[in-house]
Design a binder for this molecule. Structure first.
Ligand code: ATP
Length: 199
């Protein structure tokens, strides 16, 4: 699996629809200071569900929408799509290409899509679980992240190894199953109380 294409429209400095194609292997993005290189990696993390405006170098989520310039008016929504090559079926979908999209309106409301079908953020998070791709995963190593990983608590560092070894999905399912068990236990207790009252 590799990132084949990114399309940005109304996202940060990318006022017009901008499409970048990547090939399998190493791609370097070069450009002068302030030309939007980091905005591309912000766009990738944003589609993968980043909810913290601060970590996208903004104050509020609306700040990711193109805010206008001397030459251009601001736009009303921002959108980013990532297309991944899935010919090795790393993602559990029967498509050779998978496109995930996020759109945000000035109201702050976000929409998510997988292959143009509306979905929930949870569906995107689950799709990429254990693949190493994700807003917190190791596929994006930002400035200062290496120091952060090395200086973090060992339990937090363990999360990175768990993601790499592919067990996060099972841990997440275990958590959900445990919650269902706890809820069922509570329901059984309630029923038991009712039965005792009726007897
Ligand atoms: P450097 O090499 O200095 O790290 P860079 O190429 O990574 O720079 P970015 O940080 O990606 O550049 O881009 C910064 C530019 O994006 C700034 O000019 C900023 O004004 C612009 N920008 C960020 N958010 C918006 C927005 N919402 N609307 C318009 N422009 C924006």
């Amino acid at each position: 699996m590799f990132l084949k294409r990114i399309e940005l429209s109304g996202f940060k400095s990318f006022a017009d629809r901008t499409e970048m194609e990547f090939v399998n292997g190493i791609t370097a993005v070069v450009g002068p200071n302030g030309s939007g290189k980091s905005n591309i990696s912000d766009g990738i993390r944003w589609v993968l569900g980043e909810q913290s405006a601060k970590s996208l170098r903004g104050g509020k989520m609306e700040d990711v929408i193109f805010a206008g310039s001397d030459a251009r008016k601001a736009v009303n929504y921002g959108e980013v799509s990532l297309t991944l090559d899935n010919s090795d079926e790393s993602l559990p979908l029967e498509y050779n290409e998978v496109t995930v999209t996020r759109r945000v309106h000035r109201s702050g409301e976000s929409e998510y899509m997988i292959n143009k079908q509306p979905c929930r953020l949870k569906d995107i998070t689950e799709l990429f679980m254990d693949t190493g791709i994700g807003k917190e995963a190791y596929s994006i190593i930002g400035q200062g992240r290496i120091e952060e990983i090395l200086s973090t608590r060992s339990e937090d560092r363990r999360g990175i190894f768990e993601e790499a070894s592919g067990i996060v999905k099972y841990k997440s399912r275990k958590r959900e199953a445990q919650k269902k068990l706890d809820d069922t236990e509570q329901n059984l207790l309630r029923i038991h109380d009712l039965v005792t009252e009726l007897e």
